[in-house]
Design a protein around this ligand. Sequence first.
Ligand code: ZN
Length: 451
Amino acid sequence: MTADLYIRNGRIVTETSDFTGGIVIKDGKISQLVHGNPEIEAVETIDATGKVVMPGMVDPHVHFSEPRPDAYEGFETGTKAAAAGGITTVVEMPLNASPPTISGELLAKKQAVVQQKAVIDVGLWGGLVDNNLTELPDLEAGGVLALKAFMSDSASDFARSDDDIVFAGLQFAAEHGLPVGVHCENEYITRFLKEKLQAEGRKDMRAWPESRPPFQELEAIDRAIHLAKASGGHLHIVHISQAEGIRKTIAARQAGVNVTNETCPQYLLLDVEDYVRIGPTAKCAPAIRPRELVEELWGSVLAGEVDVIACDHSPCLPKDKAGAADDVWQIWGGISGVQTMLQGIITEGVHKRGLSLNLLVKMMSSNPARIFGMYPQKGSLEPGTDADIVIVDLDAEWTLTADQLLYLHKHSAFIGYEFKGAVSQTLVRGMPVWADGEIQVEPGYGNLVNR
Ligand SMILES: [Zn+2]
């Protein structure tokens, strides 16, 4: 049997192995892993000498903004940027379509857009909001991989959930085996502090983190864990910004609660002084933390306590960032980072802090695939599974410039950042989607991943 593709003589890394070898691909699937550098008959060969070859990254936390009538970033540029960042599957959040994805009908509209525009594979989140409990069965039947709720105001059309709705969503999840992703911040504390700062006339960059201090995030994490325990549902706490929050999830899991955690590169690559220096493009929620909390979070990552690193890519119009620079309350809260997450974690984790590539693959590919029901089809290199692969030049040094960004609106908190580690090729189901510095496939190549 002649293979379609042979990726040869690379450093093959999964969550549990690391060896010199190759990957043989037939019909979009991995047919064989080989050790060393044997001759294998194949239609095409990629020489991966000197490169790292890993399962493609699975990012379960991106926001693309389709369908909606205005020019926010949608699935085409969003998935192209993800491919350039070594990501082969994303799971997209329900917030930023307009209207948001909170019913089976709205889900179907988004699924049609994905099938036309995506260049990598895409799963979808369904929304859990204060008025759609009766829609959850349709969302589940429509194939969503998870449900998402906000405990604090989302600053969008996506309604906040009080504890009753989070609890009811977790009960539904317990019956149907879906994770419920929760944005854990305390609505009442953050609103009180914001109004107090506004009354004092504050609208500078530092007012934002002052209105969203670490303790209020921890309170919401505690409360969500209590609701998960009471309901038996799978709680997945998104974008935890501090090690104490991660440790709460670990302690709860050890006590039998079904809870997983996620953090994001912005909480690992940036501290609050970086946020002030960078300005509007670095505003996000939870807020960027002081350096000592950033280093403590790295400690949690290196100790294996973090389940998932995901980017929380949340693009917006230029007027929402630079155009609102003189009033922090008006600036869009969200970071554009899907193209640079992997390279950032390699730079700060692998090169500067000794993070193993095995653990990187676990947090950024295998674990997210598991939590969102796609493993081992995604997130592994097991024979018979999708040939979703990223080839990385671990030591390539480069500095991000705006013209390299594939985003629709070319802003990022990481412009000017000095990276060590670059994505050479990204393959989805055996097809090079990103290679030679360009996207290689047409919109629509990406598949919808339903539950
Ligand atoms: Zn998000």
